[in-house]
Design a binder for this molecule. Sequence first.
Ligand code: NAD
Length: 509
Amino acid sequence: MTTDAATPTTVTVRRAADAQPLISAADLPPARHFIDGTFPEGTSPDGSPGRVIDVIDPSTENVIARIPEGTAGDIDRAVAAAAGAKGRWARLVPKDRSEVLHAIADRLAENTDLLVRLESANTGKPLAVSQDDIGMTIDTFRFMAGALRANTSMAAGDYVEDHLSVILREPLGVIGVITPWNYPLLMAAWKIAPILAAGNTLVIKPSEQTPLTTLKFAELVADLLPPGVVNVVNGHGPETGARLAEHPDVDMIALTGSVASGRAVARAAADTLKRVHLELGGKAPVLVFEDADLAAAASALKGAGFWNSGQECGAACRILVHESVADRFIGQLVDEVRSLVVGDPRSGEDVEVGPMVSKAHFDRVTGYVERARNEGARAATGGAALDGPGYFIAPTVLVDLPEGAEATRQEIFGPVVTVETFADEEEAVRRANDVPLGLSASVWTENARRGHDIPARLDSGTVWVNSHLVLAAEVPWGGFKGSGYGRDLSVYALDDYSRTKHVMHHHGR
Ligand code: NAD
């Protein structure tokens, strides 16, 4: 360990000089559900306003909106609307569905600035992260608009004498969607775009903490879609999410969220045997071999470990470095991490790390750091909460962890990376795979054999070589093991949200 890396640093939260808020009241979407093409008044079965959920800006701790807390009855109404709309939407030919998706992309692009500010106000995420989110949201709609017109399948033909086989690809019907708070609109888009592209209708329940951009999406595209094709119901997971998962008229349930919610959703879906699509947690191993370009790795991992303040399922959070280069690499990584700009999103476009999304999540992340210290770990940099208001934590690199320490095995989901060492390839692969999650991983090496061989041995849905956290709409995203099943993005998502039917014609005489 270098002396430099062991020196603690003082991190301060950059604040905006004026108290100018990111959004005004006029920017907010209607604080209602969106059902059958409208934002209906009243939320409870008797039409009364019902209970509300406070929506908080985590960089100021101010309440910025109040949204209705949905009920099972709201879900039932939304599912009925989606079921009523599914026949007409499914019958549209690909070209017509494609035009609607392109129109949605255009509408979002026209409103990029508003969506960026709304997303940052609700999540505290740096503006640069929101800009990336909204850019990828638009690109996801554009990709799906194109891909749905280029479906491929096995050739129609006689596979049994005098029997012609034709494979049809059909929509499933009504899809239930449940999204998390870390990328509210982007995770919604990863579901909505392929679900609509494949000819389904949907009901989405955004995270109760971050509903604003999903509601704004509904407001912005309401005139582009037939009523009932997209419906949004606000509310908590155990009530509205659970009802969506168990609902007999929902043909498939797609969740992006934690492993615990994934289990709950799969259980709730079991009685109706509906299809389940789960994008769950990650604990990405990052294998840095002795032949790697260490400076390039340290620089890239500053981004990939702390993007979205580490609240990222693919974050480069679990670094395993060859023992012969560990001191040098940790020194370089710590220098990089100390250069991160922590701040309120209003304080400049160069802010790189924002607050945790909520007080509860802040407590969760600081709890992990505290327990890691109790297990013998040392913060080579960071390791402390930062002064409020807002739920800020200093970018942290934990070293000297005993093998199997909690911080190296469980998803922390904050600005915290751990660094451990390995002695050889076998140990690197064994330890990389030795967690129940398998979403993504990266391998850092200049050796071509390793660059192919090690990814093939890792239990991860995505493996980067000399890179980390680079995504594109054309390529699939999804996990193995406890990270779930099903694929977002790419034509694989279109497959997931549709069904194949074999039609066989006997034409013998
Ligand atoms: P969460 O599981 O707490 O919440 C996700 C959604 O599930 C919310 O809308 C919530 O209301 C709902 N929910 C909670 N309990 C439910 C239940 N019993 N039934 C139905 N719905 C329920 O997750 P979060 O804290 O919002 O998001 C962080 C998690 O999401 C992390 O674990 C992260 O790794 C994961 N994530 C995964 C990916 C991926 O692509 N694999 C992407 C982003 C986030």
